[in-house]
Ligand binder design. Sequence first.
Ligand SMILES: [Zn+2]
Length: 203
Amino acid sequence: MNNPHTEYDTLSGAICLSFANAFNVTASDGHEEMFQDYADLIEWAQLLEVIDLPTAQSLHREAEQHPGEATAVLQSAWALRQVLYRLFAALAHQQTPDPADLDALNTALVGTLAHQRLVLHEDGFAWVWDNTAALDQMIWPVLRDAADLLTGDLLDRVGQCANVRGCGWLFLDTSRNRSRRWCSMETCGNRAKVMRHYRRTKA
Ligand SMILES: [Zn+2]
């Protein structure tokens, strides 16, 4: 039951999971990356409200001036997406994640957390990100979100779409009775309903 997604996931409930979900399952059970080029990363980050429009525009300009760097960011985004996916997919099934994936996340976090600053607002202190032109800045909130999810109270709410072989997307099940089965009712949930109906009418 292959179910290629044409749009990025916005329903997982966690930025790091939506990032991890930027793939489609291929016929040979592999993963095809949805981020085809650096501009896709910008588009995704805007859609998930990780960056705002002025930042997106300046990143487009930066990427044009530094195409090699932009490609390197894209490649590291693929690697990090796969790390996060493997890590949270294991946890969704109460398995111990591969220590190599945790190592990779820790390594990425070292550089990422160095971009955080404490600022004092009227109503108290808050973490903000460096105001820089860094091409990988949309990855920083993703990694921070992953660290927060791993250390927070919602970790046992990470689940995987019941269309495991055709979709495999991850989500946070925040329903009261932990009944979430699908990445989205419109895609996988609806497809399962149609299949059930088809089987019933055939029988
Ligand atoms: Zn699904």
